[in-house]
Design a protein around this ligand. Structure first.
Ligand code: NAD
Ligand code: DAU
Length: 353
């Protein structure tokens, strides 16, 4: 028995791989294209572990995926691989369509052929777990009920539209071919190994270097935050107990405005590294085009039917995350390559110092 993970060198994927190998004896194969967001250094502690195999490759490469499936005979595929950054999708949507839509389609095709060749018991036991996002549901106003599994699809960014398309493909493969799929629609993750172009690590990285902290628009957009270890725990529970074909809305019941998140990080940094007035670094900058106002998740199905519940509060998770970034400044400086600096220059040019 083994599992195949896609995109396991990214933020959530590498947390999932590390936790899996720390808690399971089952081998794991990780296929990752190593885009700017993929980093094998995250997985250095499991290199050489006989249960772990890394393969550099594209999920859209059907021959490669077919070969890996035949060779490793996984009982499950956990699909993290994606282009994941909304701002990048606004500047250049092509890669999002290629990986999130065409890539997921190619992967589903390779998996379907493999799955159809399994014997009856293995077909029934097989799972294709698709890791998706709450952004497919669009934007809520203040006071609207939170998103749940029945929420209509109203994606607003090219990223969200590409993830919505991938969710629809997964649904169709379940409905048409009977492929035993599972889909999670999760809210904003945070924690170790997140690439420092996403809000929380970006704020930490810039603040410790005394650089302006860019907050889009009025900073009152609301996100629901879930620590990555709690998301990974929900995914493991879905593999263990999820109903084939089911969708689960996963979240932390931790709605915060962006300004609240930024101010909380400045507060925590002030305790951990007293001295500079981090709050004074906050700069309001031009808003993200089409910026979704609010996300919120009603995770009752996941909690009741999977027996899952987040273990971190936002306050405990944020403190640990801040400490991880302070303790791992070398990791951060190694991922902030030339390509990263080009992105920051282009994205924020004159508005952030
Ligand atoms: P990430 O950008 O940090 O990592 C993505 C990984 O996928 C990278 O290792 C990259 O190299 C790899 N990849 C990209 N294109 C590939 C391809 N064609 N073939 C193989 N590998 C490829 O992303 P993340 O934040 O870890 O998100 C993982 C998944 O979870 C994504 O599907 C994302 O949509 C979803 N998600 C993310 C969040 C969040 O807050 N980060 C929340 C909900 C859902
Ligand atoms: O909701 C789940 C989604 O969360 C995932 O599907 C995405 O993969 C993930 O990237 C994340 O998307 P967001 O767009 O919410 O994350 P990001 O960290 O880019 O931004 C969080 C909020 O902070 C958002 O409202 C935009 C704002 N922001 C972001 C950046 C990078 C700023 O105000 N300033 C910034 O510089």
């Amino acid at each position: 028995m083994s599992i195949l993970v896609t995109g396991g060198a990214g933020f959530i994927g590498s947390n999932f791989v590390l936790e899996w190998l720390a808690t399971h004896n089952e081998p794991l194969v990780n296929i990752d294209k190593l885009t700017y967001a993929g980093n094998r250094e995250n997985l250095i502690s499991v290199q050489g572990d006989p249960r772990y195999r890394f393969v550099r490759g594209d999920v859209a490469d059907r021959d490669l995926v077919a070969r890996l499936l035949l060779e490793h005979q996984p009982r499950a595929v956990v699909h993290f691989a994606a282009e994941s950054h909304v701002d990048r999708s606004i500047v250049g949507p092509d890669a999002f369509m290629q990986t999130n839509v065409i890539g997921t389609f190619g992967l589903l095709e390779s998996v379907r052929v493999y799955w159809e060749g399994l014997n009856h018991d293995r077909r029934n036991g097989f799972r294709f777990l698709h890791v998706s996002t709450d952004e497919v549901f669009g934007s809520l106003n203040e006071g609207d009920p939170a998103f749940d599994e029945e929420s209509p699809y109203r994606p607003n960014s090219p990223y969200a539209a590409s993830k919505a398309a991938s969710d629809h493909l997964v649904r169709a493969y379940n409905h048409t071919y009977g492929l035993p799929t599972l889909t999670s629609n999760c809210s904003n993750n945070y924690g170790p190994y997140q690439f420092p172009e996403k809000l929380i690590p970006l704020v930490l990285h810039r603040a410790v270097h005394g650089q302006h902290i860019p907050v889009y628009g009025d900073g009152r957009q609301v996100r629901d935050w879930l620590h990555v270890s709690d998301h990974c725990a929900a995914l493991r529970r879905m593999l263990e107990a999820g109903e084939p074909g089911a969708v689960y809305a996963v979240g932390g019941s931790a709605e915060r405005t962006n300004l609240e998140v930024v101010e909380a990080l400045c507060e925590l940094l002030g305790e951990a590294r007293p001295g500079p007035n981090y709050h004074s670094l906050v700069h309001m900058v031009k808003d993200r085009p089409g910026h979704d106002r609010r996300y919120a998740i009603d995770a009752r199905r996941a909690m009741n039917s999977l027996g899952w519940a987040p273990q971190e509060t936002f306050s405990s998770g944020l403190r640990k995350t801040m400490q991880w970034y302070l303790d791992n400044e070398e990791w951060v400086s190694r991922v902030t390559t030339g390509a990263y600096r080009d992105w920051i220059d282009r994205q924020y040019h004159a508005s952030a110092g």
